[in-house]
Design a protein around this ligand. Structure first.
Ligand code: GDD
Ligand code: MG
Length: 347
């Protein structure tokens, strides 16, 4: 199951409401959605269920077709209600046929460079999921990030080698807490991927977020099905509380587990993150598109078409698209969100 409904605000001006970041090629030639779907192709995987906004239906269908992803079903949200309702909808769809099927929930917008390691971790997670767990993937933290979930692993599960009990899940701690969690050396970051059976996901959603299940069940009952598209009932889905799976279930459930994994994961959430993972020239610049640099160092410069020149700048981000330009120090990358909020307010 691929969650593809986010808006990727911090990657403005590339990521826009009409064309968010998961539909762009951020690393390599395929889009993030295509790369994500590509990691779950082959005989051992059932066809994907992609959950996205109704407005993006043709974009999703076209990108999947282009990447030769076959048999995918596309669940359409009339409006995003965050990840708990999206996951509930996919789980209900799967449970119509086979509630004991294991679902691999993943975000459409993360980079993963070591796919064999990912698949090895997934195989371990599936064993725990079949034993009734909701399995997360634990990433080694490198900074006191406040935008992630933190996981405290416990003892290894007897029934699933390589998978630990999850002692505590802390979603988006404040800065002081994040610093503590990093310093104690035990906590891992949540990658935003989960593995569990449809039945387990629905039981825990029912336990901790019954209104989500009630609204989404009604939205599925009213859904219009047309070829690969399942269009959720608008009124019922709109009534679902807007809450993420992390707050709704992961912080509360006693069924959580974690498989620690070193998979070259990066949440490409900001321009700084893209600079981190990007291929650098001899002076630490990451460039793409028609760009020319003189005496630049540590910069990310991306142009979607307009010839873009940079002279004598250090550690900055410059992004040009057809209709907008962004320029900022690299270490202000989180504040793009503020810029976008301001632009929204001013219409
Ligand atoms: N279909 C759908 N509908 N998808 C959604 C919606 C929605 O309303 N809202 C978000 N998503 C998708 C996003 O596109 C993304 O793929 C995924 O769900 C996670 O949403 P984010 O909004 O990016 O969450 P986050 O980054 O704040 O936090 C999550 O990811 C972190 C790692 O990147 C959490 O799971 C954290 O615990 C985790 O560390
Ligand atoms: Mg995210």
């Amino acid at each position: 199951m691929i969650l593809s409904g986010g808006t990727g605000t911090r990657l403005w001006p590339l990521s826009r409401e009409g064309y968010p970041k998961q539909f762009w090629p951020l690393l390599g030639s395929e889009t993030m959605l295509q790369q994500t779907a590509g990691r779950a192709m082959g005989a051992e995987f059932a066809p994907a269920v992609v959950v996205c906004n109704e407005a993006h239906r043709f974009l999703v269908a076209e990108q999947l077709r282009e990447a030769k992803v076959e048999g995918a079903r596309i669940l359409l949200e009339p409006a995003g209600r965050n990840s708990a309702p999206a996951i509930a909808a996919a789980a209900l769809l799967v449970a119509e046929q086979s509630p004991e099927d294991v679902i691999w929930v993943k975000a459409a917008d993360a980079a993963i460079t070591d796919v064999p390691a990912l698949h090895a971790a997934l195989a371990r997670a599936v064993v725990a999921a079949q034993a009734g767990r909701i399995v997360t993937f634990g990433m080694r933290p490198t900074a006191p990030e406040t935008g992630y979930g933190y996981i405290e692993p416990g003892a290894e599960l007897a029934e699933a080698p390589g998978v630990m009990r999850l002692e505590r899940f802390i979603e988006k701690p404040d800065a002081a807490k994040a610093a503590d969690l990093l310093a104690d050396g035990r906590h891992l970051w949540n990658s935003g991927m989960f593995v569990a059976t449809a039945a387990t996901l629905l039981a825990e959603l029912e336990r901790f977020a019954p209104e989500v299940v009630r609204s989404v069940t009604a939205a599925i009952a009213e859904a219009k099905r047309d070829l690969d598209f399942v269009r959720l009932g608008a009124q019922a889905f709109g009534a679902a509380p807007a809450i993420s799976i992390d707050y709704a279930v992961m912080e509360k459930t006693s069924l959580a587990a974690v498989v620690p994994a070193d998979i070259g994961w990066s949440d490409l959430g900001s321009w700084a993150a893209l600079w981190e993972v990007g291929e650098k020239d001899g002076r630490g610049n990451v460039v793409s598109g028609p760009v020319s640099l003189v005496d630049a160092e540590g910069c990310l410069v991306r142009s979607e078409g307009i010839l873009t020149g940079v002279v004598g700048l250090k550690d900055v981000v410059i992004v040009t698209t057809d209709d907008a330009v962004l320029a900022m120090p690299r270490d202000r990358a989180q504040d793009v969100k503020r810029l976008v909020d301001q632009l929204r307010r001013s219409g």
